[in-house]
Ligand binder design. Structure first.
Ligand code: FMN
Length: 188
């Protein structure tokens, strides 16, 4: 079976971001089963509906990566009980397009106490007709651990949770792809 093409978005721009580290660790752990492209969101401009038809390179790149992807992975922090502005801003650029509709989505939460943002993120994704794959949800307590990419990868429990989540995600995507492919014609 071909490797799946996945896009990953981190809702944090912080240098030592746990969310980015979790995505990078997942990418490194999964090279045999999936190609994960972690996109940079720091250059996505503030959303303005008046600019939706403009050829903004960061937005065009985001949309073309999503068009070519089998699934999307989102790992995003909570700020003041809400979705990070970086993540919400990015999603706002995708609301009126087709790239997000029915997209299989794996969610990672690096701070399981941060329940408000997770709930809001889910609400936004469902409103945008994304397809959250519940079995692939991963909650890993990274906040306060000082773990970096290598530390996450060498922690058997954390890396195991990430790998299990991705395996479930790949199974779900492959099931969806099988359902979408045309059935062979039965000839008499
Ligand atoms: C301005 C600010 C507000 C925050 N608000 C919350 C919050 O409401 N709830 C929570 O659980 N964590 C909150 N945090 C903690 C962040 O979610 C946490 O530091 C997270 O690891 C940041 O993600 P990152 O490591 O990927 O940058 C806040 C952090 C900052 C800087």
């Amino acid at each position: 079976m071909d490797k799946l093409k996945l896009v990953a978005l981190s809702g944090s721009l912080r240098n030592l971001s746990y969310n980015h580290a979790a995505l990078q660790a997942l990418k490194n752990l999964s090279v045999k089963v999936a190609d994960i492209d972690i996109l940079t969101l720091g250059n996505v401009p503030i959303f303005n509906p008046d600019r939706e038809q403009d050829a903004i390179p960061a937005v065009k790149s985001l949309k073309s990566h999503l068009n070519a992807a089998n699934g999307l992975i989102i790992s995003s922090p909570e700020y003041a009980h809400e979705i990070s502005g970086v993540m919400k801003n990015t999603l706002d650029w995708l609301v009126s397009g087709e790239e997000f509709v029915n997209m299989p989505i794996m969610l990672i939460n690096t701070s399981p106490r941060a329940t408000h943002a997770q709930q809001m993120l889910r609400e936004v994704i469902v409103t945008m007709s994304g397809n959250i794959i519940e079995k692939s949800y991963v909650a890993i307590p990274l906040l306060g651990t000082s773990l970096d990419v290598q530390g996450i990868m060498t922690d058997s429990q954390l890396s195991g949770l990430l790998k299990t989540g991705l395996d479930e995600f790949c199974i779900a995507i492959n099931d969806l792809l099988r359902c979408d492919s045309p059935q062979p014609l039965i000839s008499n």
